[in-house]
Design a protein around this ligand. Structure first.
Ligand SMILES: NC(=O)c1ccc[n+]([C@@H]2O[C@H](COP(=O)([O-])OP(=O)(O)OC[C@H]3O[C@@H](n4cnc5c(N)ncnc54)[C@H](O)[C@@H]3O)[C@@H](O)[C@H]2O)c1
Ligand SMILES: O=P(O)(O)OC[C@@H](O)[C@@H](O)[C@H](O)[C@H](O)CO
Length: 391
């Protein structure tokens, strides 16, 4: 059976491609980097190294690649695939929608009877549904009706830390040993070939919120607070006991929300938090704060890892001073190489932080949390200014 995976980046090669290949799917990456494409076509395998003491290395085999620009070829691959996965970044889903729609049209013309599953493996709530919303308008009404009977977009949660990295072998990728891939089972059609190691669940929301509001909320807090203190990697930041306790506080706040809302066991959730903090501190991984804090406008958007738990916690009567301080740090994130970080600072400079909280984060000035965030931002700013004067 064939799998077509969009994006041969860190998670694409380091997690999804590996899992699919280990379940005997032939994996075709749809990628942009010509050098990588040529190497994947030639070698049809690549090495994955685990970030553990042993540096265990395995070969991912039965893989190839094609360019996103070879439209007809991409459509033909999709027409004959059993599964399509993506790891391109949630903001890039709209850019691959046309290729997927062309593939679906061809598949329907060819009357392929096998069901097709399209799974966005991005850090986003309902990522596959978002992808479907980009793809469906590109199909005709008749195609949409046909697609409804044989094509499904199951939502998923994916967890494995894979930093940006450079190796002599451009295909090699080092990944943390931990992984979790959760897929919404009710969206699977008859004939789906299970992917080994995936956790299939009847309700995805608890799992995607647990993952994003713990791993990703905690991770970006470490990045934003760490960046303010001049740390360049998450590992360095995790050596600072005060910073670690701030990150833990944030995770405890979101933990209260997650255990109350979804009924996860509180003790087990604490163990989940401990394990995540240990993952952030993995001595065998070097993960830059700029990667983990990347795209702050996305991370500060209403449905992402900061604002969504903040407002849900407010509605549940849970206090969030730690999360508010971390959001203040996110609003102060500078990285001249990150377009969103530059745009965020420009917007704050031109319109003020209150407008950004209102118009970008979707928190109205009349909402009590708006005032709390402004206070957290001003406090962190004056604190940071004091530290600069003191040094
Ligand atoms: N790295 C991690 O630790 C991690 C873990 C879980 C989830 N994720 C999520 O996985 C997704 C990918 O993250 P990553 O860290 O692998 O990033 P990455 O930059 O390493 O990989 C993204 C890849 O997508 C490719 N791409 C982008 N637009 C494309 C297009 N139009 N056509 C074809 N290819 C395209 C890029 O060239 C790149 O190779 C993101 O949504 C991220 O949030 C990452
Ligand atoms: O990929 P982003 O930008 O949404 O978030 C950065 C990191 O927090 C993220 O990539 C984690 O490493 C990953 O989600 C762990 O599963």
């Amino acid at each position: 059976m064939k799998a077509v995976h969009f994006g041969a980046g860190n998670i694409g090669r380091g997690f999804i491609g590996h899992m699919l290949s280990a379940s005997d799917y032939e994996v075709c990456f749809v990628a942009r980097n010509q050098k990588q494409i040529a190497l994947l076509q030639k070698r049809q395998e690549y090495p994955i190294t685990l970030a553990n003491d042993e540096q265990d290395t395995t070969l991912v085999s039965n893989v190839t690649a094609i360019s996103i620009h070879e439209e007809e070829h991409v459509a033909a691959e999709i027409a004959s695939a059993a599964i399509i996965t993506t790891a391109v970044g949630v903001n890039a889903l709209k850019d691959i929608a046309r290729s997927i729609a062309q593939g679906i049209s061809l598949r329907l013309q060819q009357k392929v009877s096998q069901p097709l599953h399209i799974i966005a493996c991005e850090n986003a709530i309902a990522g596959s549904t978002r992808l479907k919303k980009h793809v469906y308008p590109l199909l005709s009404e008749a195609e949409r009706q046909q697609a409804d009977t044989c094509i499904s977009f199951p939502n998923a949660a994916v967890d494995r830390i894979v930093p940006l990295q450079k190796h002599q072998d451009p295909l090699q990728v080092t990944v943390e040993p931990f992984f979790e891939w959760v897929i919404h089972r009710p969206a699977l059609l008859e004939g789906f070939r299970e992917i080994k190691g995936v956790h299939y669940v009847d309700s995805l929301e608890p799992y995607i919120e647990r993952k994003m509001f713990t791993v990703n909320t905690g991770h970006c807090c470490a990045a934003y607070l760490g960046s303010l203190q001049g740390f360049t990697t998450i590992r360095q930041a995790m050596k600072d006991p005060q910073l670690v306790s701030q990150v833990r506080q944030v995770m405890n706040e979101t933990g209260q929300l997650i255990t109350t809302k979804h009924g996860f066991n509180a003790k087990q959730h604490q163990q989940y938090i401990d394990a995540i903090l240990a993952r952030f501190a993995n001595p065998h991984l070097s993960d830059k704060v700029t990667r983990v804090g990347r795209s702050p406008l996305r991370k500060l958007s209403p449905n992402d890892r900061l604002v969504r738990p903040l407002l849900q916690a407010y509605d549940a009567g849970i206090e969030t001073p730690g999360l508010q301080a971390a959001i203040a740090a996110a609003l102060m994130f500078h990285d001249p190489a990150d377009k969103e970080a530059v745009a965020l600072q420009q917007r704050i400079a031109e319109h003020g932080v209150s407008k950004v909280i209102h118009e970008h984060m979707g928190i109205h000035p009349d909402h009590p949390v708006h005032k709390q965030l402004l206070a957290a931002y001003e406090e962190l700013k004056s604190h940071t200014a004091d530290e600069i004067i003191a040094t």
